[in-house]
Design a binder for this molecule. Structure first.
Ligand code: ADP
Length: 261
């Protein structure tokens, strides 16, 4: 009865209220569409490696009597690689969901970013396997207020993307510098670059410029979505400059007042 009185009084007399109600519905529909998209994406991303795993396992089972030991090892190795992809996807989904639940669960602490960027450089060198020239320019020694684990995951994501999207022989430069009231972590590469129309969508979950290439290099399509959340929890912003065929520059900027002097 209460609801009925409400509807009867509001709808005919107030245009504003009607607008409000219809906005609410479209917002609800949008959320529902996003949820459907998300479930479809996750299912698709999981199904691809799973199909490969079952394919290889079946090959091994069927050929157990005839296959040479090294063939069996080869097929099982490929299956295990795909299982690793699924693990990474689940790990990224859990990270993203923890980041999206809102308020950070950590207390701000001074993070030694100078050490962190040195660690990230070393990780990039390992992933590159000597196929790129990787340089580090670190000129800020004051710690930054925040969370070391989250910052490490965001900074490593950007550096490893540079390795993955830069052909052999390319050059990658990582830097941690202050510019007036802003402190910046930058990763520049002279890799494949990104066309302007893709740039605004790169931080969407599962958005990739080239699905095939991202998969080949072990991407989940969630990396930049994670980076964006981590930065916003640190009052940071992500700037992306890129040109196809010339390379990309990803900059994470933070207010310099977050530095602990
Ligand atoms: P992925 O796991 O696919 O790399 P990300 O969210 O990290 O997912 O990145 C989204 C997309 O942005 C990638 O699929 C790729 O197309 C593009 N991208 C990211 N970093 C670079 C880069 N340094 N150079 C070129 N393209 C990049």
């Amino acid at each position: 009865p209460v609801l009925r009185t409400l509807v009867v009084t509001i709808v005919p007399f107030s245009e504003d209220m009607r607008l409000l109600l219809s906005e609410d519905i479209t917002q609800g529909q949008r959320v529902e569409a996003m949820r459907r998209d998300f479930v479809a994406n996750v299912s698709h991303e999981m199904r691809t490696p799973l199909t490969v795993v079952s394919g290889f396992l079946e090959t091994v089972i069927d050929g157990l009597d005839d296959l040479a030991k090294e063939d069996i090892r080869h097929y099982l190795g490929l299956a295990s690689e795909q299982a690793g992809r699924m693990q990474q996807l689940i790990q990224d989904l859990l990270t993203l969901s923890a980041l999206e639940t809102g308020a950070p669960m950590w207390q701000e602490e001074p993070v030694d970013v100078a050490k962190l960027v040195h660690d990230v450089e070393r990780e990039a060198i390992v992933v590159s396997g000597g196929r790129h020239r990787i340089e580090l320019d670190c000129s800020v020694s004051a710690p930054l207020l925040g969370n070391a684990k989250e910052l490490h995951s965001a900074f490593a994501n950007l550096a490893i993307n540079a390795v993955r999207y830069t052909p052999e022989g390319g050059h990658i430069r990582i830097s941690w510098r202050q510019r007036g009231t802003v402190v910046e972590y930058t990763v520049e590469d002279d890799g494949i670059g990104i066309a302007a129309d893709h740039i605004p969508r790169l931080t969407e979950r599962f958005y990739r410029v080239d699905r095939g290439r991202s998969r080949e290099t072990g991407g989940t399509g969630l990396g930049l979505a994670i980076v964006k959340h981590v930065l916003s929890r640190h009052q940071g912003d992500l700037l992306i400059d890129s040109e196809p065929g010339r390379g990309s520059r990803f900059t994470a900027c933070f207010p310099a007042r977050r530095l602990v002097s």
